[in-house]
Each structure stands twice: as C-alpha cells, then as structure tokens.
Design a protein around this ligand. Sequence first.
Ligand SMILES: Nc1nc2c(ncn2[C@@H]2O[C@H](COP(=O)(O)OP(=O)(O)OP(=O)(O)O)[C@@H](O)[C@H]2O)c(=O)[nH]1
Length: 373
Amino acid sequence: MPQTHTTRTQVERENRMLLALQVAGCTAIAIIWSMEWWNGDLSPWDRWAYPALMVIQGGCAALLTWWPHRAEWARVMAVLALKGYLVIALNQALFASPFQPYQLVTTLFWLPLGYGTAFVFLNLRAALLSSAALYLATYGTVLWNLTWGEPPPWPDYVRPMMSNLAIAQIVYVIVLLAISQLKASYTRSQATVEVMRQMAATDPLTGLLNRRAMADHLAANHALVLRGTQPMSVILLDADHFKHINDRRGHATGDRVLMKLSSLLRSQLRTSDRLARWGGEEFLVMVPATGLEASCELAERIRRAVATADWEPGLGVTISLGVAECRSHDTVDSLMARVDRALYAAKSAGRDRVCAEESDEPAEALSPSASSG
Ligand SMILES: Nc1nc2c(ncn2[C@@H]2O[C@H](COP(=O)(O)OP(=O)(O)OP(=O)(O)O)[C@@H](O)[C@H]2O)c(=O)[nH]1
C-alpha cells in the first residue's frame, strides 16, 4: 500500500533523526559536563545525572542501530529520560538549599527541548500527556510551594520569572500542537498524492502499468540504449479472437481472461522487465538488457504458458506476439511501429505464434507453429 510505504519511510527518517540527536546529545552533555567540572560549577546531582543520561542515550542509539524493530522503545526512553532529568534538575535547583540560580537558569535553557522532542518522536496523545506531566512536575511543585508550603528563600526575580515561564511553556506547547497538526495533514496529503500517482500509472482491471506509465519507462530505457549502455527489446502481444470470447461468453468472462492473462504474463517475467496493458486486449513487455534473440525465446515461453494454461472449460485462449529490439537510430515511435508490424505478421500468419521484427539482421519467427504457418 502506498500509504504504508509513505508512513514507513517517514518512520525511518524520524529514527535516523533520533539517532543523530542521541549522538549530538551525548556530545553536548560530555562538553557541558567537562566545562562545568573545569569551572567548578558541576552540581552533585549533575555529577551522576549527566553520565546516566549519556548511558541512556547510548542505549537508545544502540537500539536504533541494531534493533530497529525496537525503535519505539528508544523513542519513549529518550523522551522520558530527558523529561525526567529536567524535572529533577529544575526542582533541585529551586528547592535545594542554598538556592542555585546557575543550575536553575541552565536547566531552563533545555526545558523547551523536553516538549519539542515529545512532539517529534511520540504520537500526539503521548506527546500531550507527557508534556502535561512535565509541566505539572515543574510548575506544579512551584505553585504548590508558593500557595501552601513554606515560601522558599528565593531572590525577588524568581517568582515573576517562573510565572512568565509557566505561561511561555503553555504557548510553546500550543505552537508545537499546531506544528504537529500541520505535519499530520502534510503526511496525509503525501499519502493521497502517492495513491493518486499509483492510480494514474495503473490499469484498474489488471493492476498492471498503464500505457502512460509504460511510455515513461520506454523513454527512460530508450535513453540508455542511445547512450550505448544496454540493449532493450519489446514484446507486443494480443489475445487471439478476443471479440469471440466476449461475444460468446460475455464481457465478465472477457475481463476474467484479461486478469488471468496478466498474472500468467507476470509469472514469466523477471523483476527488471516491465509489463503494461497497452490497450484493450493488448499487452506490452519491455525487456531491458536483452537482445532480440533472447527476447524471442522469452516471447515463445510466454506463448506456450498461455496456450497450455488451465482456462475455463471450453475456453481456449491463445496469444500472438511481435518482438523488436531497439536500434541506435530508433525513436520510441519507430520501435513501436516495428513491433506492431511484427505482431501484425504473427496475426496474419495464423495467430498463436511469435514473430520477430523484420530487419536487416536475420530474425525469423520462432514458434514451432510459426514455422509451419
Ligand atoms: N471484456 C473486455 N473486453 C475488452 C476490453 N477491452 C477491449 N475489449 C474487447 O476486445 C475485443 C478486441 O477485438 P478485436 O480488436 O476485433 O480483436 P480480436 O477479436 O482479438 O481479434 P484478433 O486480435 O485479430 O485475434 C473487442 O471486442 C473489445 O471490446 C476489456 O477491458 N474487457
């Protein structure tokens, strides 16, 4: 499903981002740790909390690298570790005696990161819940202490600063919420675009490429042929007397035949080959990196597979096939004109056979039936 593919790509991108953040986080903590230790500002709490955070981040990085199927754990662990650290560090700074302004301010620097990472790496519900918990655990304790507890001996600027920050963090969460909504709608439109892109390239009855999509593949491979990078052949095939099947057995049977035909064709091809429904009961196979002779052999294999398939009782289905190889002077149109002539030759020669293009090089009908027909 395209939507699943889009979502998976996005998850992989987020995991890579999380891994980069873990590495950056570990580096940042190591630098801050050494700077504070050097300046004598390292608090007793940070002496242990910094290495603990680094170990947790290293664990998340290991999970993301070696057990990507456990990436969800790494996301939750990384976000909770950061939030837990911020809550304890902030409360320590505010309520430790003596009051520690340096630790308070340096912790507040990082507080927005606690909210931001949650909205990036968790789903919306988890991000909101964990942000509410972070908010309550930081400002709730301040409010509780100021309202009911023993007023801490803070300098005058701390109370207004904390009130200001309490409001700023609410605004911060609202902005993050808006961004995550935009992100969700962007992801949804990406998925819709992907579905529409698929629909524009697919034949609804058989699920094969349609003519427009095949034309793009032909143009791309034709360019490679012109550069001399690799050969390319095409096989144009058409169900024989298909009108009779429709007329005698009804349109629904005709549709079933086309569907079975497409899966039979698919089963005979390599993944590098391209198969399209070229028109009503006409299919086109693009065979990259393959010359005329090998493509004729493939066409013959396909013919035989169809002729000997287990069709509905009384319904013998055969196909005629034309094969052409792209030459250096060919345009896509001239190549298609030649393969069309080859198909016409197969039809004229009695159907249920393979005919190679007419060319200056030796190329002849390969089917056993063709040689007799
Ligand atoms: N059931 C069904 N029939 C289709 C579809 N598309 C085209 N057809 C029919 O395919 C038939 C093609 O008929 P013709 O072009 O006369 O070719 P034919 O009867 O196969 O004869 P030859 O190609 O000469 O062997 C027509 O009756 C179309 O209506 C489709 O999607 N479903």
